[in-house]
Design a protein around this ligand. Structure first.
Ligand SMILES: *Cc1c(COP(=O)(O)O)cnc(C)c1O
Length: 379
């Protein structure tokens, strides 16, 4: 049996001396009149990179999505359409504002929202569509925008996993009316914990800045709160890490794509394995290389994980369909458009995230692929 000599993690950041240098500099200098300097730099770098006018640092993507929904005025009695297959953070904020998530099926290739399923779920209470660019894949944003425009809905982009992906010449995070990024330690760009909200909509952005600082105007020094809001700010030390990461963003994305290329060379033509898709006119930044196995192989995601674990290789299950989680037991309204025969059901059962961290080399990918082939050959 193939066993990795050292445990191979499923995710790992790329941290150089530059990150350490800027974080230390922030710890020394980012106080008083300089307290926001690193945050402002990080915000400008990300906004320029994705091509939107405004971006603001927040503690995590969950907060960015919460602020987006709150700033859009979505609340009790409203519904937001979201994919059934995603990380729960895409959907939990919908409940924070008192609205109801309405889950729908995904497309078989990109694993992102199925526009036809979205269309079928639009009703009188629908206020927004939450598109999630899953694992670096990208939604069919043109069709989602048509649906949103036709029904007067807000389009929110959860780009937490898709920094660097491109759809028809536009970067992920610039495709909805408002978008969210995550810089959690496992993501493409890391600040430990961290997130960003981005938008071209100045009025919406001003509302976000107001809500994220306890309902007061930016710059207020008299503690005059005109509404009860939230406290969602990122520390300067985290922002400094983000600046150092954004200085290397092109190298980071190129490396993610190289890792996927090594996997594709070895697994792309193996019968019964489907990898992340990259449809025409899109660029996938491949946050996590994901293999969906044919059900006929008889190995579900947890079985594959257990086999990898025996070989000293860390892996992750693809996200489960939210509608199948205990957390949604008491939400029949959220689940009214999904069923066990959805395409997402078999993807959710047979998908595995392979080690995709910046520590991966072609030799390590080779070892993981050999291990996977061995697992598949097991009687
Ligand atoms: C990681 C992630 C989030 C949440 O990011 P946090 O920074 O952990 O709040 C949201 N949506 C998706 C799709 C994610 O993968």
């Amino acid at each position: 049996m193939i066993v990795a000599p050292q445990r191979i993690p499923v995710a790992a950041p790329s941290i150089t001396e530059r990150e350490a240098e800027l974080a230390a500099d922030a710890a020394r200098t980012a106080w008083r009149e300089n307290h926001y300097a690193y945050n402002a730099r990080f915000e400008r770098m990300l906004a320029d990179y994705i091509g939107v006018a405004h971006a603001v640092t927040v503690p995590h993507a969950t907060a960015a999505l919460h602020l987006a929904l709150a700033a859009l005025g979505i609340g009790p009695g409203d519904e937001v359409i979201a994919p059934d297959l995603t990380w729960i953070a895409s959907v939990a904020p919908i409940t924070y504002v008192g609205a109801e998530p309405v889950l729908v099926d995904i497309l078989p290739d990109t694993w992102c929202l199925d526009p036809d399923a979205v269309e079928a779920a639009v009703g009188p209470r629908t206020k927004a569509i939450m598109g999630v660019d899953l694992y670096g894949s990208i939604c069919d944003w043109d069709r989602l925008r048509q649906i949103a425009d036709r029904h007067g809905l807000a389009l929110i982009e959860d780009a937490a996993e898709a920094l660097g992906s491109v759809y028809r010449g536009r970067k992920a995070g610039a495709l909805g009316r408002v978008s969210a990024f995550s810089f959690h330690g496992s993501k493409t760009v890391v600040t430990g914990e961290g997130g960003m909200l981005a938008t071209d909509d100045k009025a919406l952005f001003d509302r976000v800045l107001f809500l994220r600082d306890h309902g007061r105007k930016p710059g207020d020094r008299f503690f005059q709160n005109s509404e009860i809001g939230f406290k969602y700010r990122m520390s300067a030390v985290q922002a400094a890490l983000g600046v150092a990461q954004m200085e290397r963003i092109d190298t980071l994305i190129a490396y993610k794509r190289a890792i996927f290329g090594w996997y594709r060379d070895r697994l792309g033509s193996v019968n019964g394995i489907t990898l992340n898709a990259e449809p025409r006119d899109t660029v996938n930044s491949y946050w996590m290389v994901t293999a969906v196995l044919d059900p006929s192989l008889g190995l579900d995601k947890f079985a594959v994980m257990a086999e990898f674990d025996r070989r000293n290789i860390d892996s992750r299950p693809i996200f489960s369909r939210l509608s199948t989680l205990t957390a949604f037991d008491d939400r029949p309204i959220s689940k009214r458009f999904v069923s066990p025969t959805d395409r997402g059901a078999s993807i959710a059962q047979y998908g595995v995230n392979l080690p995709s961290g910046y520590n991966m080399t072609e030799e390590l990918v080779d070892l993981v692929c050999a291990a996977l082939r061995e697992i598949l050959e097991k009687p």
